[in-house]
Design a protein around this ligand. Structure first.
Ligand SMILES: *[C@@H]1O[C@H](CO)[C@@H](O)[C@H](O)[C@H]1NC(C)=O
Ligand SMILES: *[C@@H]1O[C@H](CO)[C@@H](O)[C@H](O)[C@H]1NC(C)=O
Length: 671
């Protein structure tokens, strides 16, 4: 990414690179000239060997002589599309992969997300939606090759760019994405001991679909420029996966990116979006790979969104023109993304542009296949372009997925976040500590302290460095909100001796790109009241990601709420910081649906204990949440909401949400 003119990161990256360039130019330039020569020499070696050695039965290699690939000894090029398995419910994998193949694509590209597979050190998850092997098998079954990008860093608008948050618990100052030993220790275990043995049987040469593996991800956009690190990753893959698998890198299409991104002995590719002359960006690749296939590893048919900023779109005609131009050059192309899916749970990350910008739950991306799995006009237009170069498999007409408008569902307030806190474990420390220190991957933490001295009226509360959003309560009355996005960290408060100050801090997603990825969450500095540091804090992580503990907390809440319907709305007069519960029946096979939250403000939604993600319709552009049929069931279905700010209810009896059959991801946004 980051080479598209629409992207704010591009600007940031450039400023960043120009600052950095003075530092790295001299030492790196020299080194790169040597590496370039080295790379050309190794390319020549490989060319010689392919002309003299008879290719084995199943082989996949770069054809330096003819600027392409050889698959089983035959000329080959790929037209691939990205579908992240971790953004699609597993019941929909087959459908989305089939739609990819049906449009003429012959490969699927996906990242592998370390943070999801190793949620805590040494704890691994490859089940259900994280069953990577099942995904690889499904791809192969659908007649697709696989281009795998295991990072370890992936960006992808994911929390912390796919790196596990606990790395920052182990060492908040860890030099991520570098040869820092405290980091490499965990990279080696994850990629070397855990992931590689799983991948090996799926390599093309071993009968599987994987033809290429990406090393790191747009590493040339990162400040560290640590060649020892990228060489170590290359060597790790080589030692675990053998010397046949094609290793590659992807970088922005400029010398400035490629100079730190290129790794000797791996093949350098570039990424860029639609519009303009496609030969220009490939010239950058040619500086580093004089021979071999032209490859755009991330061709953007749309673009990413941020909360509060207009939904990004790219015209189909522009996309198709560039695609056609690239294919006419015999380039291999991967469309990023063919189908974006959804950043379920706390998966969404954030960018640091001019300010902190959180990514929404939808990853629709204006892609050829929409978030709900529907082929768009762009899909059919791209199929037509591809048909000029590759044969389109026959099969049924690609169709939109079945939808259902399940209608209004009444919900009732069942308790406040403060009540969940009362039944949760807390930690007491003299000073505030980060989410990471509290072993909180994401979500919300309640920070509390008592005011023990007399203060002026009003008093100035300074939170200084808050990541990312803090709801400030005095004696459980909401005073205001501090916001990293809006650069608001000081609030006037009314308080007296013995008042309890409660601050509910929300992580809106860790930064996924650039130099800001050491993005600790919570109250990161001392909090002051008119200049005096507030001491003795009780910190209570709210169990929102731990399903069992969450269920227990909610169950206790339900038990305690004898007379639920007559209870007041909690937290704020508008019913903020309140859990709402509802039930709806589905009479036949569940279908995809969209949750509309008109009048609701900001919060989280669970359906049948599956955390769909964050909603925030008041800033847009996303107005509806995609609810995949795979989490619904025939019979009663359960919905929970945590509304952080204001509900549309005038009493506990008239709250509702509505399930509709049409998405809105391009709603209005603030000025
Ligand atoms: C593309 O490949 C074909 C077949 O090898 C070749 O004839 C043609 O000249 C190539 N086109 C370009 C632009 O390199
Ligand atoms: C604040 O004071 C109350 C009442 O004395 C006490 O129960 C509570 O634990 C105190 N909170 C903190 C964070 O010290």
């Amino acid at each position: 990414m980051k080479t598209n003119g629409q992207n704010i990161n591009n600007h940031v990256t450039q400023v960043f690179l120009s600052n950095l360039s003075q530092v790295i130019m001299t030492s790196v330039m020299m080194k790169n000239i040597l590496l370039l020569l080295w790379g050309m020499a190794s390319a020549a070696d490989i060319t010689t060997s392919t002309t003299t050695v008879q290719p084995p039965q199943r082989s996949f290699e770069i054809d330096y002589e003819n600027d392409g690939f050889l698959k089983d000894g035959q000329p080959f090029r790929y037209v691939s599309g990205t579908i992240h398995y971790f953004r699609v419910h597993p019941t929909d994998w087959a459908d989305r992969l089939q739609k990819l193949r049906r449009a003429g694509f012959n490969a699927v590209q996906t990242y592998v997300e370390w943070s999801s597979h190793e949620p805590e050190p040494g704890v691994y998850d490859f089940t259900e939606g994280l069953d990577l092997e099942a995904y690889l098998q499904e791809a192969q079954k659908q007649g697709l090759l696989v281009i795998l990008r295991p990072g370890p860093f992936i960006d992808a608008e994911r929390d912390m760019g796919g790196l596990p948050y606990w790395l920052l618990r182990i060492n908040p100052l860890m030099r991520l994405r570098s040869s820092d030993q405290s980091y490499m220790k965990y990279v080696n275990r994850w990629l070397g001991d855990i992931l590689s043995p799983k991948l090996k049987p799926y390599l093309y040469e071993n009968g599987g679909p994987i033809i290429m593996i990406q090393v790191e991800n747009e590493y040339g956009s990162y400040y560290a420029c640590d060649f020892a690190y990228t060489a170590a990753l290359r060597d790790l893959y080589r030692s675990k996966l053998g010397d046949k698998i094609v290793l590659f890198t992807t970088d922005g299409s400029g010398v400035g990116y490629l100079k730190c991104g290129k790794i000797p002995g791996t093949y350098a590719t570039v990424d860029f979006g639609a519009g303009g002359d496609v030969t220009k960006p490939f010239e950058a690749q040619r500086l580093f790979e004089p021979r071999g296939p032209l490859i755009n590893s991330e061709f953007y048919p749309g673009w990413l969104d941020h909360w509060g900023a207009p939904h990004a779109t790219v015209e189909s005609s522009k996309v198709c023109k560039s695609l056609d131009d690239m294919l006419a050059l015999n380039a291999s192309v991967n469309v990023y993304v063919f189908h974006g899916g959804t950043s379920f749970g706390f998966g969404a990350g954030a960018n640091l542009g001019g300010t902190y910008q959180a990514c929404p739950t939808s990853y629709d991306y204006d892609a050829p296949v929409s978030e709900a799995g529907d082929p768009t006009q762009k899909y059919f237009d791209m199929m037509k372009v591809i048909s000029k170069y590759l044969s389109i498999p026959s099969g049924p007409e690609p169709k939109p997925t079945p939808k259902e408008a399940y209608g209004d569902v009444p919900v009732i307030p069942i308790g406040s976040l403060f009540e969940l806190a009362e039944v949760s474990q807390s930690v007491i420390r003299p000073w505030p500590v980060s989410f990471e220190d509290l072993s909180v991957q994401n979500g919300l933490v309640l920070y509390q302290t008592n005011i023990t001295f007399m203060v002026p009226d009003p008093a100035r509360l300074s939170l200084n460095d808050v990541h990312d959003r803090a709801y400030v309560f005095v004696d459980e009355n909401l005073i205001g909100v501090a916001s990293r996005e809006q650069d608001i960290s000081t609030l006037p408060i009314f308080a007296k001796v013995n008042s309890t100050l409660s601050i509910i801090v929300e992580s809106q997603g860790r930064v996924c790109f650039g130099s800001g990825i050491n993005d600790l969450k919570g109250l990161l500095t001392n909090v002051t009241l008119n200049g005096y540091q507030l001491k003795n804090w009780r910190m209570t992580p709210l169990p929102l990601t731990h399903t069992q503990r969450f269920k227990k907390g909610i169950a206790r809440m339900l038990e305690r709420g004898q007379d639920i319907v007559s209870r007041r709305l909690f937290g704020t007069p508008q019913g903020g910081m309140t859990f709402y519960w509802g039930e709806f029946d589905i009479l036949d096979n569940p279908k995809n649906t969209f949750l509309r939250l008109d009048g609701w403000t900001k919060g989280l939604v669970w359906i049948n204990n599956f955390l769909i993600g964050r909603y925030w319709p008041v800033v847009g552009p996303q107005q509806t949440l995609f609810v995949p049929h795979g989490i619904l069931k025939m019979g009663p279905n359960e919905i929970f909401l945590l509304e952080q700010e204001a509900s549309p209810c005038s009493s506990s009896l008239d709250c509702k949400v509505v399930f509709v059959d049409t998405p809105v991801v391009n709603g209005p946004t603030p000025k």
